[in-house]
Design a protein. Structure first.
Length: 190
């Protein structure tokens, strides 16, 4: 990563902000791409690839729009992401709740995601009120879309993966919200 950063910094036609933005984008592609490749290989080997891909399809829009927990180091992020997908696709997969309870819980998740999102990383600038308003609406729409998919395919095994992906995303969003609020309280006291 350092070599890429050094190369980008050597480009004379880019401003300091553009260099930082380009470095950030490339590092995201490399880090996230490497995680996805590792997960694809793992879930393929344990015969859970279809569930992993479905949970990834459900999670990506939610995560991009609403944010969530962020880690300072790649290894921590890799471990958390792996545990997230492992819990959804292996540990929770056998636990399918009745349709009515699933619908109620997913509706609660949509409301929670709307109320507390988006949660940005501390390394990113705070969102403006208009961005927050749009983000909240987009989070609600994405969660409701995923809710509809889960209900439409409720009789398939994959709907359980979709259900738990949304529920766990909402839980980690709540944790990120509390963590961020706790950090703001600590900063105000100092």
């Amino acid at each position: 990563m350092r070599a890429i950063s050094n190369y980008i910094n050597s480009i004379p036609d880019l401003s300091k902000t553009d260099k930082a933005r380009l470095t950030y984008i490339i590092s995201c592609i490399i880090y996230e791409g490497s995680k996805i490749l590792l997960f694809l290989a793992f879930f393929f080997c344990i015969h859970k690839l279809d569930g992993f891909i479905y949970s990834l399809i459900i999670l990506l829009p939610l995560r991009i729009i609403s944010g969530g927990l962020h880690f300072k180091h790649y290894a921590a992020c890799l471990l958390f992401s792996f545990l997230y997908f492992y819990v959804v696709n292996v540990l929770l997969m056998p636990f399918k709740l009745p349709l009515t309870i699933s619908f109620i819980l997913l509706t609660v998740c949509a409301v929670i995601n709307y109320k507390i999102g988006p949660i940005t990383s501390n390394s990113r600038p705070q969102l403006q009120p208009e961005e927050i308003r749009k983000g909240k609406l987009n989070i609600f729409i994405a969660t409701c879309y995923d809710l509809i998919l889960t209900i439409l395919f409720f009789d398939s095994a994959i709907s359980t993966v979709g259900f738990w992906t949304i529920v766990l995303h909402t839980l980690q969003l709540v944790l990120a919200f509390w963590k961020k609020k706790r950090g703001e309280i600590c900063v105000q006291k100092d």
